[in-house]
Design a protein around this ligand. Sequence first.
Ligand code: HEC
Length: 110
Amino acid sequence: MEIHKKVLKNAIVVFVLIAALSTTSVLAEDKTFADVCSECHTGGFKGWVSGAPNVKEKDKWQKFIERDSITKMREIVLNGTDDHKRKGGCETCSNSDVVDAIDYMMSLVK
Ligand code: HEC
């Protein structure tokens, strides 16, 4: 009986661990996106003011996806344009941070 209890307890511990780990991976976000880009690209006041396409609204992205290749998007965000602040305004972000954030955003909207 004691042994059964122990086995059951271990099984529960393993189960809880797996549940915790899988939740983290589902929620894992790109850090640059969370720190910098989400300010404008997940709606909210700044999103509304700037008119940035929201990653939760795929339809808002269609015109950008049709107009610009991924290479072009990287160019726009890395170098900045009249419509987009260079690196979303994050001067401390490396180019690869920004490219990863774009890839993450595209994985949400494509
Ligand atoms: C200050 C608000 C703001 C921040 C911060 C911001 N964006 Fe944007 N983003 C915009 C706006 C506004 C547009 C739409 C520009 C337009 O109409 O051409 C846009 C468009 C884009 C596009 C589509 C570009 C195109 O023309 O094809 C990409 C990709 C993008 N942003 C990536 C990012 C990434 C990655 C970050 C973080 C590093 C970021 N943005 C941070 C406001 C922002």
